[in-house]
Design a protein around this ligand. Structure first.
Ligand SMILES: Cc1cc2nc3c(=O)[nH]c(=O)nc-3n(C[C@H](O)[C@H](O)[C@H](O)COP(=O)(O)O)c2cc1C
Length: 316
């Protein structure tokens, strides 16, 4: 049974990756996740705002500052320590939406030992003057700039909110992205009706969130040339992971499930995956990948809605 996979040009022994978040916040945590079976680990993101602030500070001020410059230096220090602690690939992560300071930061990551870079393009487009084309082009230029400047493979972590995601992902691939991560999970605000103010809820994902990812894994695995895909969001069980792979994922990232159940959950998922493969006579993930295409058409949608009509007619 071969559960090895190739993601971002890395030959990984299994598809399970500890996704961006607190799982690599200390070298000890990173080691724990490696020992539990993660094939790679993504660090939390360094935000564009943190680095921009750093960039504009005069050198003398930087030397004494404990804020912005500290954030970048701390990140690099953490990266070096994690690299010393583990043997699995360690991906650094940045969160931004403009070309910004990423070329220098990317080089610093490379020198500090990062194996790849995950670029989280997190942007809520609220400017009524800014067209979709403008902001997509900006993201493409960011990827082009950074992939030209550094040798590390770069994965773009996207939100699902693009008008023409297949076209956009193709442009990112042409600009040099070696991988696409589907998707960001937005932390949405709710309203506390007692206090009449916005509140942010920190909630773990659930398996229902996977369905949106499955559709886009199906679409993009059929349309991209060489970029490999990782799922992020809603993978909690072995079955979830199997579905993602069948729809085209080369790697399966998890955060919520590992925070909730501990890193030991990884071995449970590996067992579920191998048992399922055995039962269904698959010898490798390559055989499974892309086997089901669920990029549904309008006709499927229409049929689905029409088969629900009985619910109303059947009342009383
Ligand atoms: C506590 C926490 C911290 C996170 N930090 C980051 C981050 O720094 N960068 C990032 O790209 N995603 C971050 N994420 C998002 C996860 O990487 C992931 O995309 C999301 O949680 C969906 O995956 P899941 O369903 O496995 O949790 C974070 C998620 C959680 C729960």
């Amino acid at each position: 049974m071969d559960i090895s996979t190739n993601y971002l040009s890395f030959d990984l022994p299994n598809p399970f990756i500890a996704g961006a978040g607190p799982l690599a916040d200390t070298p000890a945590h990173a080691k724990e996740v490696e020992d539990a079976g993660a094939a790679a680990i993504v660090m939390h993101s360094l935000f564009e705002e943190q680095v921009n602030a750093d960039d504009v500070k005069p050198v003398a001020e930087k030397a004494s500052s404990t804020t912005a410059v500290g954030v970048l230096d701390q990140y690099l220090e953490q990266l070096r320590k994690i690299k010393e602690a583990v043997d699995i690939p360690v991906f650094a992560s940045i969160n931004g939406h403009t070309a910004g300071p990423w070329l220098d930061v990317g080089l610093a990551f490379e020198q500090a030992g990062a194996d790849a870079l995950e670029l989280n393009i997190y942007y809520v487009a609220t400017d009524p003057q800014e067209s979709a084309t403008t902001l997509e082009q900006r993201s493409v230029e960011m990827v082009r700039g950074i992939t030209k400047a550094i040798k590390l493979p770069v994965a773009a972590k996207l939100s699902p909110f693009y008008t023409s995601l297949a076209q956009f992902a193709g442009s990112l691939e042409k600009a040099g992205a070696a991988g696409i991560v589907l998707f960001n999970r937005f932390f949405e605000s709710d309203i506390d009706l007692g206090l009449l103010k916005a509140v942010s809820r920190r909630e773990f994902s659930n398996s229902g969130e996977l369905l949106l990812r499955l559709r886009w894994l199906s679409v993009l695995s059929a349309s991209l040339d060489s970029a490999t895909l990782a799922v992020s969001g809603g993978v909690h069980s072995g079955k979830d992971a199997i579905k993602a792979i069948i729809c085209g994922a080369s790697a399966v990232q998890m955060v919520s499930a590992l925070l909730k159940n501990g890193p030991g959950h990884l071995s449970k998922l590996q067992d579920e995956l191998t048992q399922w493969m055995q039962h269904n006579r698959y010898e490798s993930l390559d055989q499974m990948r892309g086997n089901v295409n669920i990029s549904r058409t309008r006709a499927d949608y229409m049929r689905l809605l029409q088969t629900w009509a009985w619910l109303y007619g059947g009342r009383g």
